[in-house]
Design a binder for this molecule. Structure first.
Ligand code: 2DT
Ligand code: MG
Length: 217
């Protein structure tokens, strides 16, 4: 019998606190994969371009106040509204490099004092990433990187809470093997080399697997 020729793309997720190099590494990986002939797309959450994303943007830039639970649900809705597009891309063989996802969603809301299990509920059943590249960096180090910006969450004591929530969430995550912690203190180039290697292996290994629409199920 013929072996299947169908190949799906990989869902590569970058997570971590602010100023840890997620976007830098996501961009570099995107450029690398694109220049070596892969079909690849970069996607960032929150996606501020949609109507829901514009409300999220108004909230983050302190132009609008929203109840903690209401904004949590909007961040989740912002993922659900992009699900059909992301699915089509993966099924069509395009690898997705995603900058933040439901893990940020839960961690930032837990840092405000919301319950972790409550926070996970709205994202249950979304696409599960094939890997979470977690950019691990102490607050002291991230502060050295030119300081935090002006947006709502960009404050040292809040970032400390976010870091704690991320590790709480990782401990609770049943699929522990998904998480790849990288020491984000290393140079941009060294990190990039490791990320390229991990990603090429992953793209190869998950190309024959079905899509996983079972986040936190
Ligand atoms: P950026 O700085 O990466 O644009 O993120 N956030 C993000 C949440 O609180 N919940 C979510 O679901 C997501 C995806 C993290 C803007 C801020 O939004 C936070 C930082
Ligand atoms: Mg930011």
């Amino acid at each position: 019998t013929n072996t299947a020729t169908y190949k799906r793309g990989a869902f590569i997720l970058f997570e971590g606190c602010d100023r840890t190099g997620k976007s830098t590494q996501a961009n570099k990986l995107f450029e690398y994969l694109q220049s070596t002939g892969h079909s690849v797309k970069l996607w960032k959450f929150p996606d501020r371009t949609t109507p829901i994303g514009q409300t999220i943007n108004a909230y983050l830039t302190n132009n609008q106040e929203l109840d903690d639970k209401a904004i949590h649900l909007l961040f989740s809705a912002n993922r659900w509204e992009s699900l059909p597009k992301l699915k089509n891309l993966l099924l069509g063989g395009t690898t997705l490099i995603v900058d933040r996802y439901a893990y940020s969603g839960v961690s930032y809301s837990v840092a405000k004092g919301l319950d972790l299990d409550w926070c996970r509920c709205p994202d249950i059943g979304l696409l599960r990433p094939d890997i979470i590249i977690f950019m691990d960096l102490s607050i002291e180090e991230s502060e050295k990187r030119g300081g935090f910006g002006e947006e709502r969450y960009e404050k040292k004591n809040f970032q400390e809470k976010v870091c704690k929530s991320f590790s709480q969430l990782k401990q609770k995550d049943d699929d522990d093997s998904l998480w790849k912690f990288l020491d984000a203190k290393q140079s941009v180039e060294r990190l990039h080399e490791q990320i390229v290697k991990i990603s090429l292996d992953l793209i190869e290994n998950c190309s024959q697997l079905p899509l996983k629409e079972d986040l936190w199920k």
